[in-house]
Structure formats: C-alpha cells, structure tokens
Design a protein around this ligand. Structure first.
Ligand code: ADP
Length: 607
C-alpha cells in the first residue's frame, strides 16, 4: 500500500505548528500525574467491578461441576443465589466506576481546553494573519471535538476494558494456567497487522486533519466574502477551490479508511481463533484429565469474555489516533514562540520615532527601505502614496504589530516590540474600520482594555464618542448582552463601541487606517464626529486614502516604493512642486484655492 505523496508534504508550512508525538506523550503523562488520585480511584472502582464480573463464569463453572457429578443439589441453589448477588454488585460497582470516570474526564478536558484557549489568545497577530483563521477554527472545533470524544467517552470505556482484560487474564490463570496457553493465538495473529496499522494511522490522521483545516479555511473565507464574491462573479472560481479542498479531504479519508479496512478483519480472525483454540485446547486438557471440565468451561467463557473489551480497546485505538492528532494540533498552538519579549523598560515620553527601518514579509524582499520618521507629539501626520507604497506596513510598524526587520521603532526611547501588549496599547493603537463585537455584555466589550473600569468611566467613554444615548436606552444598559445571537448592533454602533474602547485604552498616539468606508454617508458623518472626539489631543498618523485628509494634516508624508519621498506641510510640498504637488493638482483640477473644501466628487483616492 503506497503512501500518497500528500502524506510526505509539509502541511505545517502555511499553518500553525503541530506538536511532536513526544510532546503529546509528555503532556499526556503530565495530565495523568496531575490527576493521579482521581485516576487511582477510577481504576479501583473499575477493578472491583471487573472482579465481580469474573464471578459469573466461575460460578457457572462450579454449576457445571455440580450438575455433572450431581453431588449436592442444595449447593446448586446456593450457587444460583451467588450468581444473582454477583450480577447485582457488579451493576452497582460499574455505575460508581463510570460516574467517577466521567467526572475525571470532564476535569481533564476542562484543563486541556483552558490551556488551549490561553495559548490561542497569546498567538501573535502577524502569524495568525499568515496562517489564516481557518486552521485555528478547525483546531477549536474538529480537533477539540475529537479529543473531547475520546476523553469523555473513550477514557471511561478504555479504563473499564483495560481493567476487565487484566482481571480476566489473572482469573483465567488462577483457574487453569495450562488452558490459558491457547490465548497466545490472538496476539500472534494481531502482532504484524497492528504494527503496520499503528505505523500508518498517525501520519494518515494528521494528513486528514490538515485537509479538514484547509476545507474549514476555504468555507470560512467563502462565507465571509460571499457578497463580494457574488458581485465580482467569482463564485465559480470559489466553487472550484472548494471542490479541490473537498477532493483533498476525500482522498485523505479514503486513505485512512483503507488503513482501517485492512486492519479490522484481522481482529475478527484473531477473536474467532482465540475462542476456538481455547475450547479445543481446554477440552483436550480436560479429556486428558489435566484440568476439570468446569475449569475448561470457565476458561473458554473467559476467552469469550475477552473479545468485547479487546474489541473495545482496538476500536478506540482508532479514535485515540484521531484524538492524539487533534491533541498534537492543540498543543502546537502553544508552541508558537511569542513575537515579543517585554524587556521591562517603560517609555520615557510620548515621542514615536522610526529610525532607519526596513521590513520584509518574506526574507530578502524588503517592502520598506531605510525609512526614518520622527513624530511630533500632538501632530496630525498623513501618509499618502500609491497602492503598494508601504503605507499600511509602516502603519503596522508604528502601532507595534510587527517588528521591523532592521532598524527600530521606538516610543520614549524604548522599542515598541519590547513593551508588553497592555503597555503598548496604552501608548499607540491601530484603528481600522473593521470592528468586532464580542459575545458578552456591552460592559464586557468596553472593559477589554481596562478591566478595572467602573460603570461611570464606561459611560464617560461612551459619551465621548456620542454613544451613551443608545446604550442607556438598551433594556439593561451596560449589562445588555450583545454580539452574535444576542442584541444586534448596527455597524456604526459596533464602531462606536470600538472607539469608546480606545478612549478607555487612552493611547497618546493613534494610527488610523482610513480604508474605504463601509458605511453609508449619514452613519459615516456621525462616526466622524465620534472619531474627532477620540483623536482630539492625541498624535495621529492617518494612512490617507483621500487627499483632503492630507490637506487637513499638520504634515504630509509621501511614500513610494517603500521609501519616504517627501515630508512637510501641505503648503511646503505644494511649493516644492514634487510628486505631492502633481497629485494634488491632478486631484484638484485647476483651482488649488478651493483646497479647504471637501470635494464630494472627482478622484477621491490617492491610489
Ligand atoms: P499600501 O498600504 O501603501 O498599499 P502595503 O504596505 O499594503 O502598501 O504593501 C507594501 C508592499 O508589501 C506591497 O508590495 C505588498 O504587496 C506587500 N505586502 C503587503 N502585505 C503583505 C503580506 N501580508 N505578505 C507579503 N507581502 C505583503
């Protein structure tokens, strides 16, 4: 069975890392160590339950002896009562054991989930953007489910099966060791198929999960951009991408299915052979007088009893492979190194400085070349330039989202990437027009940057952005639940919440990415007022897509090909007659005197 080429590909190239098998083993061992006591309790209950389950074959064996030799009829009655009691006790003990196992499984799973969430929220933004959210979504859904299924259902059943197998073997050995020799046929038959299966299953499932993640990514992106795709007539192309991702997932599923289909028939052969060999061997031994007929019957019944728990273990082996893959992917998220190491230094001022900075998204392909720029506290700087000039990239460096490849971006003398995130966000924030409403109350949404803020502070921030009115009008005010599935907020209200968050974070510098507005003009005007209140008194860097922003700014920075071409006030740049002046003239037609008017028509974009 030749492995498909996709199995040997590096699926992690554009995805988040996947932990190694050794890491998975290490974490599993740590989980077991940490829950040693409850685990011992669960095992104890199961051992007791399994031991009482063994009474039945033994009692039946004794019954056979009694009936065969017909020595003491009253003993038959006693044995029957004993059989009833044993079954009752076994039922109660099994219930207790399962209950303990479920409680343990939920405790373990809660811990795993909390650790995953903690590492997921620590992921560097730049990495998440590169990997796409589909991978993370697949990990938080499919992989968590696969692991949860094994921990919740598999772990209790495996514990039952494991202790049952051990107890049956011990009792069978105690009953008639010679007869137990026949049990060896099962491992002999299974040894090679099991090795082959285990060797193929893990990489197979890993490949399968990676294709699911890719499929989830395509689905999420398609869902997100449905309107745009439809408008641009890109649905057929999107359909092709979807079919391709689906075909990959299908190929992976076929491969893992083939692995299972080749292994499971061997299990059936081994189980049949186990009972047949034991019956024949134990029968022959009793015929030869080595063991009693009752012992032969009991050991054969034990062999029969072994099939279910072994079958269960083998069945779960498959799910365990899937879960181990899922766990490796969950742990992989925790292996992403942090993109910043806070040095503990705090800025000694509000001045932001870009010093000889270069930046490359891919090594060797600089998109910014030796850019230097010093912001003056309180000024409004507009960055203009053609599309692809590097405006957004410079904005991200100024907001401390990415670290420069060379050079430094500092605030008060300390590199931005040396600050921890809460400190950084108190210094400078990037404001885009994409906003997210988190599921929770209005207050939860506002308190993200300042968890300790009281209601009065929250209302003050809301009133600064002119949003206190509608929040007070909500049925439960700040305590109203918003976000998906709760009270719906309009796009403008979501943006106001985001702006109020900024007021609470209170950074001295804002980087505004004026991406093309998604809002209708009336909402946009209203928001502009809110935004004006937020930017007042702060240093503002506006990545300008409309030239009037540049005109209104204190200074204009013209970028082209990753370099700063011109820097100065609007008047200075017009007087210099360079590329800005040319741009302004072409935008503004022949009447530069009308500069302060905001033109509703004409080429509004600098790109
Ligand atoms: P602007 O905002 O002026 O349009 P950008 O900063 O977005 O310019 O882009 C500058 C250059 O960097 C462009 O050549 C663009 O293709 C490239 N670029 C932007 N984002 C990425 C990315 N995530 N990965 C690789 N290249 C990128």
């Amino acid at each position: 069975m030749k492995a498909p080429a996709a199995l040997t590909e590096d699926h992690t190239r554009r995805q988040l890392p996947v932990a190694s098998l050794a890491t998975v083993r290490g974490h599993t061992a740590a989980l077991i160590r940490h829950h040693r006591r409850p685990l011992a309790g669960v095992l104890g209950w199961h051992a007791l339950a399994a031991l009482t389950a063994l009474a039945a074959p033994w009692v039946i064996g004794q019954l056979v002896e009694e009936v065969t030799h017909a020595r003491r009829p009253d003993r038959v009655t006693h044995l029957l009562v004993l059989l009833g009691v044993a079954l009752l006790v076994q039922t109660v003990l099994t219930w207790l054991a399962r209950r303990a196992a479920f409680v343990l499984a939920e405790t373990v799973f809660a811990r795993v989930r909390e650790e995953f969430v903690a590492s997921a929220v620590r992921l560097p933004l730049s990495l998440l953007e590169r990997a796409g959210t589909g991978d993370l979504v697949a990990r938080t859904t499919g992989d968590v489910e696969a692991l949860a299924f094994v921990v919740r259902t598999g772990l209790p059943q495996l514990l039952v099966a494991g202790t049952t197998i051990v107890a049956i073997l011990v009792t069978a050995l105690w009953t008639a060791p010679a007869a137990v020799l026949a049990f060896v046929v099962a491992p002999v038959i299974l040894a090679v198929p099991l090795r082959v299966y285990l060797r193929r299953a893990l990489p197979g499932y890993r490949w399968e999960r990676a294709t699911y993640a890719a499929l989830a990514g395509v689905a999420a992106e398609t869902g997100h951009g449905l309107g745009t795709l439809d408008a641009l007539g890109r649905m057929p192309a999107r359909g092709a991408a979807y079919r391709e991702a689906l075909a990959r997932a299908e190929a992976a599923e076929h491969w893992t299915l083939r692995i299972r289909m080749r292994f499971f028939p061997w299990c059936d052969v081994a189980f049949g052979a186990l009972v047949a060999a034991t019956a024949l061997w134990a029968g022959w031994l009793s015929f030869e007088g080595v063991i009693g007929v009752g012992a032969a019957v009991a050991v054969t019944l034990y062999a029969q009893q072994l099939i279910d728990p072994i079958g269960e273990v083998v069945g779960w082996l498959d799910e365990i492979q899937v879960a181990a893959t899922g766990y490796a992917r969950l742990l992989g998220v925790g292996e992403v190194p942090p993109d910043r190491e806070p040095s503990g230094l705090l800025p000694a001022g509000d001045d932001l400085e870009v010093a000889d900075v270069s930046y490359a998204y891919r090594a060797g392909h600089d998109v910014l070349h030796s850019v230097s720029l010093a912001l003056r506290p309180g000024e409004r700087l507009a960055i203009v330039g053609p599309s692809g000039a590097g405006k957004t990239t410079l904005g991200r460096l100024l907001a401390g989202i990415d670290a420069p490849s060379r050079g430094r971006v500092t605030c008060g003398g300390v590199p931005l990437v040396d600050l921890d995130l809460p400190t950084l966000r108190g210094e400078v924030a990037l404001v885009t027009q994409e906003h997210h409403v988190f599921v929770g109350t209005v207050a939860d949404n506002l308190r993200l940057p300042r968890p300790s803020a009281g209601d009065a502070e929250l209302y003050a921030a809301l009133s600064a952005v002119d949003a206190d009115g509608w929040v007070r009008a909500l049925s439960e005010g700040l305590a109203t639940r918003v976000g998906s599935g709760a009270h719906p907020l309009s796009e403008a209200q979501a943006q106001q919440l985001a702006l109020a968050r900024l007021v609470l974070a209170d950074p001295h510098t804002l980087v505004l990415d004026e991406a093309t507005s998604l809002l209708d003009p009336r909402a946009a005007r209203h928001l502009e007022r809110s935004l004006a209140a937020v930017v007042a008194g702060r240093t503002v860097v506006a990545i300008a897509h409309r030239l009037h922003t540049a005109h209104d700014a204190d200074r204009v920075c013209v970028m082209a090909d990753g370099r700063i071409e011109e820097l100065g006030t609007h008047a200075e740049l017009i007087a210099a007659g360079g590329s800005y002046a040319a741009l302004w003239r072409s935008w503004h037609g022949a009447s530069p005197a009308a500069g302060s008017r905001r033109l509703p028509s004409g080429p509004r974009h600098t790109e």
